[in-house]
Design a protein. Sequence first.
Length: 192
Amino acid sequence: MFSLKGPRYAVNRRVLSEAGDSIKRFLDSGVTELGAPPRAPALAVRAVQEIRRSRFRQAFLNCCPRLSTDTPCATSVEVRHDSFNTPDFLALLRKFSIPVVFAEHDKYPAIADIVGDFVYARLQKGDDKLKAGYPPKALDAWAARAKTWAQGGEPKDLPRIDKTSAKKEPRDVFLYFIHEAKIRAPAAAMAC
């Protein structure tokens, strides 16, 4: 399966609610031709990166693709500002069934709340000096978390913002090892 980052011209703009035409142009460029296997998006658009919550509006989410017969892809939202660490932001995503990306990173918020139909996690704390990028115990822990998510649960050891638990149902899990020293990411993914 593929995961594509939303293009800058669509998501790095002052008025996000005006992104509709740019998102449509991105989807019409051929990426939806990849198709979608049953119960899973063919691509997850990493839609938002460096904006503050004050600029994030419901109008933008109205523009974002969701898995359907017409659009074989779905949106996930990665945030990079602590102003998103609020239950009202998660409630907005929940309304659209758009997952927040869990980012394991030193600088960005790590939000493990389940708010959509799938889980998208970006693991970015690997170590280039280690053969698999992560110590074996850390890989085992991520494998266990992925299994918990896939079975509809929520890992108890990850930070959550809202006390609302997600409906317990199986979910697809997209777990990416994408740390700065990318040379070890494939080994981490295979070992997990």
